[in-house]
Design a protein around this ligand. Structure first.
Ligand SMILES: Cc1cc2nc3c(=O)[nH]c(=O)nc-3n(C[C@H](O)[C@H](O)[C@H](O)COP(=O)(O)OP(=O)(O)OC[C@H]3O[C@@H](n4cnc5c(N)ncnc54)[C@H](O)[C@@H]3O)c2cc1C
Length: 397
């Protein structure tokens, strides 16, 4: 008889979310196996920026959740063996108009009231931030607790530590089917054979709906494409992440006063310095299915936007571009939840543009849900899967 490998927990997906879950579940002493169809971090987690941000989160639950995730990353940074280019220097949003300055003041007030380390910046602060920033910027705001990581390295560092705690990792192994047997165990089918587990976590990012289909679960996540431009190595342009205030509107779907092309591609400036001085310029936001081709027009609009905020970039060389898919949900919050209709099946996906920021808190929360802890690190209610099923008529089968 062929032996079927069994684990207490199987995590499907080897991105940043899968890595954080595996780390916390293995650390808690559970026997966990990860199944990844390609290499680790071969999905969105290697096609993004590395901001661990609260600056762009809705004041309230969203920003509190980010703040906790930032604290967890700080904790973890002292524990992981592999370096992941962690820098905690804060980040800023810059304003072009008086209207944006007024909105920024409101945003700062709300965030400060919620206990976050926000402050307004004036023209002089912006000048001091970087000599490369445009002279006509009116000011902006800063969130002091924000940090940056290399998301690819963080994914590997978390998996590395999880392996030390006993986690097993199967790469180049695609999950092709999921069944629940009479004994209550899940049977996970792959072209390399079957595995069984008591509990399964779907951490497949934009592919989570496909994994859901295999289990008869309708998961409302769509791919929201983003482009990034990578600069050649050169003198430091700035030390921290800089975004334009309009980024908030672009993220949350508000009305912006920009030209039709910038609006069409959902372009808003994101500048991220990297440790090797190949700074990143982002980004765009589009719903175009799973078309990952680089759109030259989107890149042109992004470059134009970057030069508006950093005029001297017009003389700098860009060496490559790439695209990634943000796992988008309608209410901009991820699904981090057990599926009531299918006990033992968990979803940890739908983090849109916040998966790097929220990986640690997601991993910790899923480990606590699996361990059936009543006192979780953040309230689990707002992230429940059934907030969508109530409206949508629920599961497929
Ligand atoms: C341009 C851009 C900029 C961004 N910037 C930031 C930022 O600054 N800060 C931030 O917090 N977030 C950012 N994000 C968002 C962040 O990148 C994502 O939220 C995050 O990477 C999602 O991680 P994940 O693990 O859920 O998905 P993924 O990294 O895609 O991992 C899912 C994994 O599941 C695997 N998989 C799929 N199907 C199967 C199967 N059948 N069997 C086995 N394995 C399977 C895939 O191969 C993949 O590796 C950005 C995203 C983009 C596109």
């Amino acid at each position: 008889m062929v032996h079927t490998p069994h684990s207490e927990v199987i995590v499907i997906g080897g991105g940043i979310i899968g890595s954080a879950i595996t780390y916390y579940v293995a650390k808690a002493g559970l026997d966990v196996t990860v199944i990844e169809k390609g290499d680790l971090a071969s999905g969105t987690s290697s096609r993004c920026d590395g901001g661990i941000l609260a600056i762009d989160k809705d004041p309230g639950f969203d920003s509190q959740m980010s703040l906790i995730s930032q604290k967890l990353i700080r904790e973890i940074s002292g524990e992981l063996k592999l370096p992941f280019e962690y820098h905690s220097r804060g980040s800023l949003l810059v304003c072009e108009t008086e209207e944006e300055m007024a909105a920024a003041e409101k945003w700062v007030k709300q965030q400060k009231k919620a206990g976050l380390a926000f402050r307004m910046l004036d023209r002089q602060d912006i000048k001091q931030e970087s000599t490369f920033l445009a002279d006509d910027l009116l000011g902006g705001l800063e969130c002091a607790t924000d940090s940056m990581v290399n998301p690819y390295l963080l994914t590997y560092a978390l998996f590395d530590k999880a392996q030390e705690f006993g986690a097993k990792i199967l790469t180049h192994t695609e999950v092709t089917g999921i069944k629940k047997d009479a004994g209550g165990s899940f049977r996970i089918e792959t072209p390399k054979g079957e595995l069984t587990a008591k509990k399964v976590v779907n951490a497949a990012g934009v592919w989570a709906p496909r994994i859901g289909e295999m289990a008869g679960i309708d998961i409302p996540i769509l791919p929201r494409k983003g482009h990034i431009l990578v600069a050649s190595r050169q003198e430091p342009v700035g030390e921290r992440m800089v975004m334009e205030f309009g980024y908030l509107l672009s993220k949350f779907g508000g009305e912006r006063k920009v030209d039709p092309e910038t609006e069409k591609y959902g372009v808003a400036l994101v500048f991220e310095p990297t440790e090797s001085q190949n700074f990143l310029i982002g980004s765009s936001r589009q719903f175009v299915g799973f078309d990952s081709t680089v759109d030259r027009n989107a890149i042109r609009v992004m470059a134009r936007r970057a030069i508006r905020f950093f005029p001297r970039m017009s003389d700098m060389n860009m060496i490559r571009t790439y695209t990634g898919f943000r796992p988008w949900t309608e209410d901009h919050l991820p699904i981090v939840s057990e599926v009531r209709e299918l006990p033992g099946f968990y979803i940890a996906a739908g983090h849109e543009g916040d998966g790097i920021s929220l990986a640690a808190v997601t991993g910790r929360l899923i480990s606590e849900l699996i361990l059936e802890k009543s006192d979780t690190i953040i309230p689990a209610e707002p992230l429940r899967y059934d907030r969508f099923t109530k409206e949508r008529g629920g599961v497929l089968l």
